[in-house]
Design a protein around this ligand. Structure first.
Ligand code: THU
Length: 134
């Protein structure tokens, strides 16, 4: 199954009774497998988790590491290709490898590809923190 179909299959697993906006994410591994993520909402709305974060956290939880990831495809029923929120952009910035393709898509077939740096210029990077002793 190709990336878009994987992302559509991931979207089927969404739990979005509050927004009714279902999102799927398919994280492609270098070994050819995919890890799925979907948005999982909660009655306490702020606890909802986006699809792309679900996929990335799931993959890490299964033991995969940054350099195991080849691409991430995100899909929703959106006029334009879906646009990841700021929090997810920061998560992708840290947890996806350089060169990982991020494919934003919608159900009607539009697609656009970005790198993580294009989605989050000047992202927060822990290695650049100066830690001061107290
Ligand atoms: N959402 C995602 O899962 N990914 C995105 O890229 C955009 C937003 C979810 C969060 C929430 O469950 C619903 O879409 C509406 O914001």
């Amino acid at each position: 199954m190709k990336n878009i179909d994987q992302a559509k299959a991931a979207r089927e697993k969404a739990y979005a009774p509050y927004s009714n906006y279902r999102v799927g994410a398919a994280l492609e591994l270098n070994n050819g497998e995919f890890v799925h993520g979907a948005n999982i909402e909660n009655a306490s709305f702020g606890l909802s988790n986006c699809a792309e974060r679900s996929a990335i956290y799931s993959a890490y939880s299964q033991g995969y590491k940054k350099n195991d990831f080849k691409s991430l495809t995100i899909i929703a029923n959106h006029k334009k290709p879906v646009s990841p929120c700021g929090a997810c952009r920061q998560v992708m910035y840290e947890l996806l490898p350089e060169g990982c393709e991020i494919i934003l898509a919608n159900i009607k077939g539009d697609q656009i590809k970005f790198s993580k740096e294009e989605l989050l210029p000047y992202g927060f990077n822990f290695e650049e923190i100066n830690i001061e002793s107290s």
